[in-house]
Every structure is written in C-alpha cells, then in structure tokens.
Write a new protein. Structure first.
Length: 430
C-alpha cells in the first residue's frame, strides 16, 4: 500500500508538472499571438498612412503639372526637382493624420528623380528601358518618383513608391459614348492609331479600319479585337480661355478684331472683312469662306464656321482656332496648325466636320484637337493628329452625340506632348 501511495504521488506530481508546462506554453502562445496581431495591426496602420501620403503627394504633383503648358513639361519637371516648394505640400516633413485610429499615424512624402541615391534598387526597378542620366536633380524621361513613408505605433514603418508619367493618348479618345460607322480609317505608327471611349463604344459594320487598340470603359459592340470594361482614362478639362495667351488675333463678339495688346486691327462691316474673316451680327459667329485668312492663331469670342475651301494641299493655310463657341466645318479647307504646340482646334462647344477638311501630311505635321462637348465627323475629312473629347454637359446645339462616319481618315504617329500625368507603376520597399 505504501508503494502504491508513493506511485500515486509521483503520478500526481508529474501530471501537475505537465499541466503547468501546458499552461505556460498556452500563456506564451497567447502572448505571441497578441504580439503578432498587434504587429499586423500596426503594419496595416503604417501602410494606410503611407498610402494616404502617396495619394496626397501624387494628386498635388498631378494637379500642378496639369496647369503647365504641355511643351513646357520637360523644363517643369527639372524645376520641381530643383525647388520642391513649387508644390503645395510639405515634402520631407512628418505630417500626422487627423482622426486616424492610431494616434501615432503619420507620413513623410518625397518627390525625386528615378536615379536619386536614396532610392533602393536603382532607377530601373520600376520601368524597363530606363534612360535616365544619373543626375538626381534633372529628369531625362518625363517620369518622377513619389515616395511616402508611413509610420504607426511601436516604430512600425512602411514605404511605398509610385511613378508618375504623362498619359500617352492614342488617335481618338472620348469621355463619353462613341459610335463609329462608315469607312473610317484610324491609323498611326507604333500603335498610336488607337481608339478609347470612357463610355460605350459601338463600331457599326465591318468597314472601319483601326490599326491600334480598341477599348471602352463601358460596353463594346463591334468587330473582334476590341474590348470593354477597361479602366477610364483621365482627360484634360477643355477651356478656351486657358489658351487665350497663344492668340495672334482676337475676334470679339462685337465684330472687332484686336491683337493681344488690345489694339484694334479692323472692324468688320459688309464691305470690310477682317483678315478675310466675316462676322454675323445676328448669330455673333465669325466665318471663313474660300478667301484665305491671314496665317495665325485666332481666339474667337463665339462660334466659328468654315464653309469655303481656303488653302491647297501644296500650300495649306497655317491656322489655329480657339473658340468659346462651337466650330462647324462644312467646306474643304487645307489647314495645318499655326500654333507651335500643334493645337489645331480648341472649342468650348461642339466640333462638326462634314466637308473635306485636310490637315496635311501626318509625317510632317500633326495637330491636336480639343473639344469640350461633342464631335460629329462625316464627309471626307483627313485629319493628321489627335482628337480628345471631354464630352462635357450638352449645352451647345450643334452636336449632341459623339459619332464618326463617312470616309473620315485620322492618322496619329505619336509625339504630341501631354500635361496629364498618371501613376504608371508602384511598389512597396521592403
């Protein structure tokens, strides 16, 4: 009996030892799980802070660049790198996040060139074929790096980077539904003869020939090769007044033509045209017939009609029209952009082309067309360059839906600059 009692005591002590060890293990495990959960939580909060900083800095940079002349973008990027205070954000400064779940949540945002020495991984990490110059204070490829370091409790940190680059539009982009029919041809080198609609895209019949991509953010209905449900492309806001300083001549709504200094160059009357422009005092529209207007950039306080056929393929008129109203082209003019940035037509209203407009050889001359509302192209127009349609609220009466038909030809070989920047790549630095 004594031996049995001794054995039972040993068994009980061994069982207590095992239970104590198990309790200790459970305690350690529970503490570890708590630490892991806390680490996950603080890491998530740090990542959220980094994302907030990245989004903030990207938006500030994109908004700033959107107000720069596209031709001046290369110089503007160098100016930013040389003086980051140009941007309306406290860069390289810790900024707390008001209302965050973690009271210690904060971020530090930076903007730099891809070959900045502070970047881990080097300039080629995010972009293939990087052609940077090895100098951190000058940009060489129209791409900047936006970095945000997020911080949270327990010294947790996450660093994110994004690349911002100018958006490379194709030959035709609309911010609303687009219908294409007839024998339209859209062409261009290196895939630039592409079409995109931020709405629905309908290509009716099999006569349309499009050499580049065919995409829509809404539904796509057309020949094989196109696709719907694609991401929307941000488009520039079209406002004629933003381009007023480019004008050589200003056609006022009272029939008077002035220069930029306000000097009256002529006053239209039935017996006196202004640089071969005519004025309709009932509709307040300026118009061009077959007589060639003086080469130049014209800012028009109202609508424009071109019903004649000035210029020729051998000697086109160098003309840029910036109109506060719609532009209606029913004639067959031969035009090339006079503006040094390649702007051909900019309108706050609609653009309708129903004649045989010819804008020259796309190999030597390309024009940019910006439309605030809608377009309707038909006839035998031949356009060299790019068409961007904001598709704003339908206010003007000339056109109500975006459509292209007839025998229209659009050729865009790329190269027209853009001040619309977007995120082209990102990574988390570990």
């Amino acid at each position: 009996m004594t031996n049995e009692r001794g054995s039972a005591l040993i068994a009980v002590l061994f069982l207590l030892l095992m239970m104590s060890a198990l309790a200790a293990a459970l305690g350690v495990s529970g503490h570890t799980e708590t630490l892991v959960a806390r680490n996950h939580q603080t890491t998530a909060q740090a990542r959220a802070a980094a994302e907030a900083g990245l989004n903030h800095a990207v938006q500030v940079a994109v908004d700033y660049l959107a107000n720069i002349d596209p031709d001046a973008i290369p110089a503007a990027l160098d100016e930013i790198l040389a003086d980051l205070t140009l941007l309306d954000i406290d860069l390289d400064t810790t900024l707390t996040i008001a209302g965050a779940a973690d009271p210690n949540a904060a971020y530090v945002a930076s903007i730099m060139d891809e070959d900045h020495p502070d970047r881990a991984g080097g300039a080629v990490t995010l972009i293939a074929g990087n052609d940077e110059d090895g100098i951190a204070t000058t940009d060489n490829n129209l791409t900047l790096v936006v970095r945000a370091m997020g911080r949270a409790s327990n010294s947790t940190g996450v660093t994110l980077e994004a690349l911002i680059s100018p958006l490379d539009y194709g030959a035709l982009v609309t911010d609303g539904d687009l219908e294409i029919g007839g024998n339209i041809t859209i062409d261009g080198a290196d895939g630039n003869g592409s079409v995109h609609s931020n709405g629905d895209l309908i290509i009716d019949g099999g006569s349309a020939s499009i050499s580049g991509s065919i995409t829509a953010s809404g539904e796509y209905d057309g020949p094989a090769g196109g696709s719907g449900g694609m991401p929307e492309l941000p488009l520039p806001e079209v406002n004629a007044a933003d381009y007023l300083d480019r004008a050589d001549f200003i056609l006022h709504s009272d029939g008077i033509m002035t220069n930029q200094a306000g000097t009256v160059l002529c006053t239209w009357s039935k017996s006196t045209s202004c640089n071969n422009w005519d004025f309709n005092d009932a509709t307040l529209e300026w118009s061009i017939g077959s007589a060639e207007p003086t080469d130049g950039t014209y800012y028009v306080e109202g609508g424009v009609k071109i019903s004649g056929s000035p210029g020729s393929s051998a000697d086109p008129v160098a003309l840029t029209i910036i109109a506060e109203g719609s532009i209606d082209i029913s004639g067959s003019p031969d035009l090339v952009p006079e503006d040094t940035s390649g702007y051909l037509f900019i309108t706050n209203g609609d653009l309708e082309i129903s004649g045989g407009l010819d804008t020259g050889d796309p190999v030597t001359t390309q024009g940019r067309i910006l439309v605030h509302e809608q377009i309707n192209f038909s006839g035998n127009a031949s356009l060299a360059g790019q068409v961007i349609v904001e598709n704003a609220e339908d206010v003007f009466d000339l056109v109500h839906e975006n459509s292209i038909g007839g025998n229209v030809d659009i050729t865009y070989n790329g190269g027209l600059s853009s001040n619309v920047f977007t995120v082209s790549g990102w990574r988390e630095i570990r």
